[in-house]
Design a binder for this molecule. Sequence first.
Ligand code: NAD
Length: 485
Amino acid sequence: MFADPSPLLLDGRTAPGSGGTFATLDPATGEVLGAAADATAADMDAAVGAARRAFDTSAWSTDLALRVRCLRQLGEAMARHAGELRELTIKEAGAPRFLTYGAQLDGPVEALGWFAGLAEGYAWETDLGRAEPMGMPSHRRVRREPVGVVGAITPWNFPHQINLAKLGPALAAGNTVVLKPAPDTPWCAAVLGTLIAEETDIPPGVVNVVTSSDHALGAQLAEDPRVDLVSFTGSTATGREVMATAAGTLKKVFLELGGKSAFIVLDDADLRAACSYAAFAAVTHAGQGCAITTRLLVPRARHDEAAQSTARTLRRLGPGDPSDEGTICGPVISARQRDRIEDYLRLAREEGGEFACGGGRPAGRDRGFWIEPTLVTGLAADARAAREEIFGPVLVILPHDGDDDAVRIANDSPYGLSGAVHGGAERARAVAARLRTGTVSVNGGVWFGPDVPFGGYKQSGIGREMGVAGFEEYLETKAIAEGVS
Ligand code: NAD
């Protein structure tokens, strides 16, 4: 049912792009999978116009029952096509199959129902009761209302997760949306548009999907005065640009950005188990996850033992064909991304680092975009390769001198997205409490889920996605006071 070339979704209709088409690739082979509609500035202009009209003139923002029904329809439509969507996600995003049973597909589809249920039971109005401010008897109420038109700009690494983490709460709250996905994964977004047009009652203009090879369309969305909120996920550098662009019209900005999260092993932890865990976490989906823990902090006295143990596990973890059930580490998304990772590997060497395993392209993989699971030892904590986001299957191991030192190193970062601590429960909990990050895993706990707010401290972002906090990012607050006698 999914067309090649994939279409845009503009004002309720699937449509070709005014700029023709662009290719989407299979990162595992480098081959062209097919083509996607290439939108121009005029298409983006039409999409924003449609979203504005739908918000201002349709019942979408006020008809909660319609919204709840439509969100459930979308979830059901995606579940009906889960087989095709799974293969598409593996092909286009290079996502390992096992991840599609969780965060890459099934998890985000289920989250649509969660947001529908949240909106259904939400306290849209709070009665503050009567008071006499300045001697004027008044009955006060506080209402929550949708913000308006949401410009959603997303990256390629977890396309369904991130597209739906924006659409779900934004639509449940009563907003209309223009979705601009990354040029590397247009099909994963275009299928959403097709399902919305063909298998849901979502009114025309409520969702518009604008695929394009041109990043400038993201900036156009951030700039357009008809857009009330920009919800952006991507790199910190681009997030900064989005915020600056959006400042022109002082629109609300919601940012989910990069990270360089720490995995802390305390001296009372089961070192081998913790290192296995860290290795697995670091190279899942070839390390292309913003919240992945990419700095492994281990007790200095056991550094070499930890490095050997981690390297052993990393060697066993691939990389492998993403369509195989057992693959943890698949390809990286593009030649550009592979080259960027290789630049960081060169930099790590220049900064005194050595590779306990990996360090380049795997043998026998001449087609597609691949990097071996890599462990870098011997870097100083302030080396660039130990501080900057690499976004590949590259783990840096660093020694620490106890809990305070581990917390200091972990927090000495411009980022603050996530973290992990392994050790005796009480100490691990105490260390977790001191990390300046939006999420922390303690002894293997998993924080991912629709009811769990996710986001960053510091330069990892502004705001929270998912959970009640994530829903409320898409709401305005209005106080109404009525004169009474
Ligand atoms: P990117 O910042 O290059 O692009 C993200 C999106 O922004 C794309 O749709 C792109 O077309 C668009 N864009 C590019 N320039 C723009 C501009 N000037 N104005 C508006 N939009 C613009 O990121 P990427 O390479 O697609 O994704 C990888 C990055 O995303 C990593 O840094 C990763 O950490 C981050 N990320 C963060 C989270 C999170 O939730 N914190 C989740 C996933 C990925």
